[in-house]
Design a protein around this ligand. Structure first.
Ligand code: HDD
Length: 694
């Protein structure tokens, strides 16, 4: 996981950004005009106790700038976090696309990625139940290509014209602006029961995918069907996937809610820390490809954004890898001002008639004109391509370039028509010449009408634990709906997905089970949909170690060494931040105390043996740590005397606490050993439990 130094080589984009950076170290304070300032803490007054006077240009500049320093937050995806990196293709993709950045495995294409939640405001918590945005800007040698996707492969609606309705329904209700960052309210579920096309997406949203453990542990999807076009002009349908090298992992709902209070920045901090530690998040790019001739070979319409292409039916071909290796220097300048747009494409990548995609092609540029204050936001450093652009667009708010000469029109003879459009063979973007014909109609294709088969496929593909989580999520989300008629309609709607699911939902929300239970016996599954089948590794997991006066240093040290070998992080927690003495006399300074940490922030806990266990047993907080970790099915490790702490907690019936004779015992993630000073075997069993996560 640790990267070699050459990975720190700045990309071309990172080098470009250097020109805009300002280092304030050791500098004199000046006004925006460069005039040195003598006092920035007292305004200029007429007399010591008199009024501030107009003449105070420094006061006016300072306060005016402050008064204007907020810009509108994004209408959706307001809360986000970005990072820089690069993308490399594994093999030339010449057969399927002419896009230059997909040809040469030696080329590192700079990227900037912004992860986000959708519904909450900029200041909302990271771990709410929501879709996560996964937007990538590739700064290619042929211009910017933006892949503006999510961590779920489908969407709520089929036609972009419904997007304002959807967002109005899911955002806080307009009379009192409640609730924040949540779909658990009447207007959203009223929307759901009136829009059956949303059914499949609800299955994803209420599954564990809605509460990812980390941005580094989510898949990304371009969602729409795009086109790849090769040099010969041959086109194929494609769906884009990002596959995280660390696998796909989630929080539990109880954890997610508690983390929202304990550490609302949980996901962004996790990304920031991983990159700072040199544990660069990696995502492989995957393509699903369908030949044009196969367009109608499926029992779903490939232009319908509420449908997946099951991976077992259309395999995902892994074609390259993205590595995020640099944190931003300034959140506002980079993450906040980043502007993604579906229409930012390069030759070789093209669109389809997916009506959701078509509408998005309008919305992004439009919203950015407002959010970033005019038509020149492409000049903001984070948005600039790495190649110079030339055209006859001019003026507007905040124009940065000084365009020379009198010509700003085409055609012209004064400058021999330059800048000059170029044909496709010389790199000009030529739209794929798809044949289109039809009457002007406001209708939807009948091939978009099946809203339940894939929702059922998703349900059938879940493990028993995942199914339980979905049912509980329904109880929480729909249980918050005041209008009982809507709650009833939810049950009736999901009866069309699965009769048992509907019955289980009804049990928790005070309404009747479906009058006629759906007994449809379609049992097809897609194993790729279940997170149980994902990559499992201990790398970058974070374990809390509880210690008090008189802990056993020898055990502590052996476990830490085991963690380090396997890329597991740990933080030492005690009553206070003051140094703690071991039995052997070594001193450890805790990184956190019970006052500023909680088990929900960690992936597991370890308690070394030693006399300190007596003290731990007396601490409610230490026992809470163990109980909570256990309730969230996290790995818990305890060695020698520490087993006594477990017998004083909920773990008592799980941990094997007697007569170990030095044998390691592992049961439901609780790993213990007694009578053993050599923890080699314990370490392997505990690391394995950490890898399994739950
Ligand atoms: Fe969108 C932002 C993803 C449908 C209109 N969208 C936005 C972002 C992501 C997505 C990741 C945040 C980009 C960033 O980090 O700055 N949106 C999606 C996906 C969709 C989708 C995967 C369905 C497949 N979106 C969608 C529709 C519309 C929009 C149908 C409008 C008709 N989306 C917007 C927007 C936003 C946006 C209003 C808000 C801020 C921005 O664009 O720059 O234009």
């Amino acid at each position: 996981m640790k990267k070699k130094p050459q990975d720190h080589q700045p990309t071309k984009k990172q080098q470009q950004l250097e020109d805009f950076k300002v280092n304030h170290e050791g500098k004199d304070l000046t006004t925006d005009q460069g005039t040195k300032v003598s006092n920035t803490s007292e305004s200029l007054k007429a007399g010591q106790r008199g009024p501030t006077i107009m003449e105070d240009f420094h006061f006016r500049e300072k306060v005016t700038h402050f008064d204007h320093e907020r810009i509108p937050e994004r209408v959706v995806h307001a809360r986000g976090f970005g990072a820089h990196g690069y993308f490399q293709v594994y093999e030339p993709l010449t057969d399927i696309t002419r896009a230059k950045f997909l040809q040469d495995p030696n080329v590192k294409t700079p990227v900037f990625v912004r992860f986000s939640t959708v519904v909450g405001s900029r200041g909302s918590a990271d771990t709410v139940r929501d879709v996560r945005g996964f937007a990538t800007k590739f700064y290619t040698e042929e211009g910017n290509f933006d892949l503006v996707g999510n961590n779920m492969p489908i969407f709520f609606i089929q036609d972009a014209i419904k997007f304002p309705d959807l967002v109005h329904a899911i955002k806080p209700e307009p009379d009192n602006e409640i609730p924040q960052a949540s779909a658990a309210h009447d207007t959203f579920w009223d929307w759901v029961v009136n829009n059956q096309e949303t059914t499949h997406m609800i299955m994803w949203l209420l599954s564990d995918r809605g509460i990812p453990r980390s941005f580094r542990m989510m898949e990304g999807f371009g969602v729409h069907t795009f086109r790849l076009v090769n040099e010969q002009g041959k086109a194929r349908f494609v769906k884009f996937h990002w596959k995280p090298k660390l696998g796909v992992h989630s929080l539990t709902w109880d954890e997610a809610q508690k983390i929202a209070g304990k550490d609302p920045d949980f996901n962004r901090k996790d990304l920031w820390d991983a990159i700072n530690n040199g544990e660069y998040p990696e995502f492989e790019l995957g393509l699903q490809i369908i030949e044009e001739e196969q367009e109608f070979d499926f029992d779903f319409d490939i232009l319908d954004a509420t449908k997946i292409w099951p991976e077992e039916q259309v395999p995902v071909k892994i074609v390259g890898k993205m590595t995020l290796n640099k944190n931003q220097d300034n959140f506002f300048a980079e993450t906040e001002q980043a502007a993604f747009h579906m229409g930012n494409v390069v030759p070789g990548i093209d669109f389809t008639n997916d009506p959701l995609l078509q509408g998005r092609l309008f919305s992004y540029l439009d919203t950015q004109l407002l959010r970033l204050g005019g038509p020149n936001f492409h000049e903001i450093p984070i948005n600039r391509p790495i190649i110079q652009y030339y055209n006859n667009q001019r003026d507007g708010f905040h124009r940065m370039t000084i365009d020379q000469g009198k010509v700003a029109y085409f055609p012209n003879s004064i400058r021999q028509n330059y800048p000059m459009p170029q044909p496709g063979k010389d790199g000009g973007y030529e739209h794929y010449q798809e044949k289109v014909e039809g009457r002007k109609v406001r209708t939807r294709s009948e091939s978009f009408n099946d809203h339940f088969s894939q929702a059922r496929l998703f349900w059938n593909s879940m493990s028993p634990a995942e199914k339980k989580h979905i049912i509980k999520a329904f109880h929480f989300e729909v249980g918050n709906v005041m209008d009982k008629k809507i709650r009833q309609k939810v049950v009736d709607l999901f009866n069309q997905v699965d009769g048992n699911l509907a019955r289980e939902i009804a049990k928790g929300i005070g309404v009747e089970p479906p009058t006629k239970k759906n007994t449809m016996s379609i049992t097809a599954t897609s194993p790729a949909l279940s997170q149980e089948n994902t990559v499992k590794t201990p790398q970058t997991r974070k374990v809390a170690i509880l210690i008090d006066e008189g802990f056993n240093y020898n055990e502590f040290r052996q476990v830490i060494v085991g963690f380090q070998k396997n890329g597991v992080h740990s933080e030492v927690i005690s009553k206070t931040l003051s140094p703690v003495n071991s039995e052997e006399g070594d001193q450890i300074e805790p990184q956190k105390s019970y006052a500023n940490s909680h088990s929900v922030i960690y992936d597991g806990i370890y308690i070394p043996g030693g006399q300190h266990v007596e003290n731990l047993i007396g601490h409610k907080e230490a026992k809470d740590f163990v109980n909570d970790a256990f309730a969230h099915a996290k790995p818990i490790g305890a060695t020698n005397q520490a087993l006594d702490l477990l017998t004083n907690t909920l773990v008592q019936n799980i941990a094997y606490t007697n007569d170990h004779n030095g044998q390691v015992y592992s049961n439901l993630g609780v790993v213990t050993v007694n009578d053993s000073q050599d923890l080699t075997e314990f370490n392997s069993a505990f690391i394995e439990a950490i890898a399994q996560h739950r």
